[in-house]
Ligand binder design. Structure first.
Ligand code: BGC
Length: 792
């Protein structure tokens, strides 16, 4: 086999396509394929029918504090990649929940860098055990979304090293195949051009021998980028690197040795991830793991004894998220999940007996674009029992014979030329969607219609709503906002009507059509029914929270409040029946003041596809809620050490709180949290005893003194110069069982960055073994010289 030429090596520095690198076959260098992550295999999907497994979000995994569980979830995602021909996954996301407003906070493990580093490394180990490569992202300080393409994070070196780079240092040690450089700038330089970080720290000090690629379209230059240490520009075709770098290399602006280094890293990575792969989980095992994973991340924040709630009582299940749960966030890495995934309302009815359970949404579960619950107008022999029959025509008015037909069970259709070829989308034509809708209530029904062309919606032949052309380039934005025209028609309960949406499109690369219908229910009537249901029940299970477009890329949140109509629902339901357990289906730290009067509160995050099964089992006591807070919930928004994410002049966002983000700042500023980092309870109780420092470890005996099996999470903190997590361990114990836990205390966790190096805090180190960040716990002292100085 020959070596690649300098031209071939230069070519390798840019991707070949959206999700693939360049091969140099003669030199034995394969191309490798990539997919977005982290909650599953997201990219390259065709449409809503291309279903993949959806894991709990990283915040939920973070709440589990369970290294082994996170490793198994990583392996499950790796197996999915293998099944789909994907060689490397753009995950995990190792940025930190610095502010609860961050649009992608749900993708982060939490607010603590050690916790994110340990769990991130476990996920990487699991994923890579299948032969799939992990590309850890986004290096670095991409902890918010506002102006993310121009944002310039100003951060001091100590904070950078001890906080934001630490999870990536763990990832490097775990041997992740690649890292992805963030869109933003750090201290003035684009992350893709950050020589200090990429070359001095990551490749130099850490000795990282993997490859560093750009975030998608995140490059800005040729020579400065290659010289800073970026190896691969993504996606392809080349914009600044690849063949575009030939001249810079020929002119000596980029040393040939740098190109050879980059190509060598890419080649090594490509060979590593294109070998044999394994799929460790079959369907049943995967399903079970995703339920276990969801439950392990639920954090029981308060419980006056209501939970677990044994079956045999009259239960009111209330709230929008009981019917329309938020399984995941709305980033580009969104997974198409099965439309048959059960809702919590369904699994609770199954677990408690349908005759004992009533359900009321209380507020509209789809506040933007409502669903279109129809059955197909024609049976196409595809077994589909719901959705619209779609006919594609060459004519622009639905005349003539359809070119093709299919059933689609979604209320928002998107077509890309070259991906979806049912219609002549590159030429112009028409689509007709038809279905049968049976109203549940009598009264005025509001129909919604939006499209990237002219469209008309008829009900039993009468036109109810029309819409003009939307610029095709807006299709994603319009779809996301559910931007639609509406029209009303009075319908009778139980009497089916025929809905037809006719859509005429001009030639374009992307097209969309979306529709929905809202019944006659008034806001007040829904709230009043929920209140009545609460009053008549022995206990209430109330599900509130977000929709899948609440957490997105490129946008942060304005506040941490629950939607006002949901806050009103909570107040009215809790007043009607205080025996209410609230499940907050929210992917980040949230204002929890509204839960004060409730008997129990569970933070469920975005739990992935196992949500409904897991929550029914946890509420009934078949499983325990196994999590602890991976983020702090402050009393007031103003208490968060970092909150506002709007960059100032020059796009600068100063990380003024330094190392004191999250619980570290809340404690240092003497503003105790409403729910501290690390806090939460299960269904049993534990006694701790005999805490002692033993060599480079701290040991403690944990005994389950309750009457149920359960898990405990032991945390170790230091308090100098600020409270900092230095270790944790989780143990599961049967009633009466005890175990002696041993938690390693590596020396690095007691060193600070200063004057260009790591310096011990002192010859002796004070720690506390604690249940959460604000727990005084059991104080102990260790000698620094006894600690392991090889581990991180
Ligand atoms: C995101 C990355 C993602 C990439 C590819 C970017 O916009 O920031 O997290 O991996 O797109 O989809």
């Amino acid at each position: 086999m020959r070596d690649p030429t300098i031209e071939e090596m230069t070519r390798m520095t840019a991707g070949a396509a959206m999700w693939a690198s360049h091969a140099v076959e003669d030199a034995g260098i394969p191309a490798f394929t990539m997919s977005d992550g982290p909650m599953g295999i997201a990219s390259g999907k065709v449409d809503e029918r291309d279903i993949a497994r959806l894991s709990p979000c990283a915040t939920a995994l973070g709440a589990s504090f369970d290294v082994y569980l996170v490793q198994r979830i990583g392996a499950l995602v790796g197996g999915e990649a293998a099944a789909r021909g994907v060689d490397a996954v753009l995950a995990p996301n190792l940025n930190l929940a610095r502010s609860p407003l961050a649009g992608r906070a749900f993708e982060y493990f939490g607010e603590d860098p050690l916790h994110a580093g340990i769990l991130g490394a476990a996920w990487i180990a699991g994923l890579q055990s299948t032969g799939t490569g992990s590309v850890a992202k986004h290096l670095v300080c991409n902890d918010s979304e506002t102006e993310r393409d121009t944002l310039d994070v100003r951060v001091d070196e100590r904070t950078l090293r001890e906080v934001y780079l630490l999870p990536f240092e763990f990832a490097a040690r775990a041997g992740c195949v690649g890292m992805l450089a963030a869109y933003n700038r750090v201290n003035g330089d684009w992350c893709a051009e950050q020589h200090h970080i990429l070359t001095d720290v990551v490749k130099g000090e850490w000795g990282y021998d993997g490859l560093v690629m750009s975030d998608w379209f995140g490059t800005h230059s040729t020579a400065p980028t290659l010289n800073a240490g970026l190896d691969l520009e993504m996606p392809g075709p080349a914009r600044f690197l690849g063949f575009k770098a030939d001249e810079a290399v020929a002119a000596g602006e980029v040393p040939a040795s740098r190109v050879a280094d980059a190509a060598g890293r890419i080649a090594r990575g490509a060979k590593r991830v294109t070998g044999a792969k394994t799929q460790p989980y079959d369907d049943d095992a995967a399903r079970e793991l995703l339920v276990e994973g969801a439950a392990a991340g639920f954090v029981l924040l308060r419980n006056d004894g209501l939970l677990p709630l044994a079956p045999g009582k009259r239960i009111a299940v209330i709230g929008p998220n009981a019917a329309a749960p938020c399984f995941q966030g709305g980033t580009f890495a969104k997974i198409s999940v099965s439309p048959d995934l059960p809702s919590p309302a369904q699994t609770i009815a199954a677990r408690y007996g349908a005759e004992n359970v009533t359900f009321e949404a209380g507020v509209d579960p789809a506040p933007r674009l409502p669903n279109m619950p129809v059955t197909p107008a024609r049976d196409l022999g595809d077994g589909a029992e719901r959705g619209m029959t779609l006919d594609y025509f060459a004519s622009d008015d639905g005349s003539g014979e359809p070119l093709s037909s299919e059933t689609r069970a979604t209320n928002s259709l998107v077509w890309f030329v070259g991906v979806h070829d049912q219609g002549p989308f590159d030429k112009g034509g028409s689509v007709r969607a038809s279905g049968i809708f049976t109203p549940e209530q009598s009264g005025p029904h509001r129909f919604y219609l939006g499209a990237t062309g002219e469209a008309r919606l008829t009900v039993d032949g009468a036109t109810v709503v029309t819409t003009g052309a939307t610029a095709a380039k807006d299709v994603m934005g319009k779809l996301k906002s559910g931007d639609a025209e509406t029209g009303e028609v009075v319908l009778e309960a139980g009497k089916p009507v025929r809905i037809v949406a006719d859509f005429t499109y001009a030639p374009a690369r992307v097209h969309g059509l979306w529709y929905g219908v809202r019944g006659p229910d008034s806001r007040e009537a829904m709230l009043a029914r929920a209140e009545a249901a609460a009053r008549e029940a022995d206990a209430v299970l109330l599900f509130v929270g977000e929709t899948s477009d609440s957490s997105v890329e490129s946008k942060d949140r304005p506040d941490t409040a629950l939607a006002p109509e949901q806050a009103e629902l909570v107040a009215r339901v809790v007043a009607a029946n205080p025996r209410t357990a609230i499940v907050a289906n929210i992917g980040h730290a949230f204002d929890a003041s509204w839960a004060r009067g409730a008997a129990a509160l569970i933070a469920a995050w975005y739990p992935g596809e196992g949500f409904a099964q897991a929550i029914a089992e946890v509420l009934a006591g078949d499983r325990e809620p196994g999590g602890r807070m991976p983020v702090s919930i402050a009393m007031e928004e103003g208490d968060y050490p970092a909150f506002d994410l709007k960059p100032g002049e020059g796009g600068r966002l100063p990380y003024d709180e330094g190392t004191r983000l999250g619980y570290r700042g809340l404690i240092a500023n003497d503003t105790p949290a409403r729910h501290p980092f690390g806090s939460g309870q299960g269904y049993t109780r534990f006694d701790w005893s005999d805490a002692a420092v033993e060599g480079g470890h701290v040991a403690v005996t944990v005994r389950n003194v309750g009457d149920r099996a359960g898990s405990e999470i032991v945390q170790v903190y230091r308090d100098t110069p600020e409270p900092t997590l230095v270790g944790f361990a989780k143990v599961e114990l049967q009633p009466g069982e005890e175990a002696r836990l041993s938690i390693a205390l590596p020396a690095r966790r007691f060193m600070l960055w200063g004057q260009g190096g790591w310096t011990p805090i002192g010859r002796t180190v004070n720690i506390r073994v604690a249940r959460h960040a604000e727990d005084h716990g059991m104080p102990l002292t260790a000698a620094f010289d006894d600690l392991d100085d090889a581990a991180l």
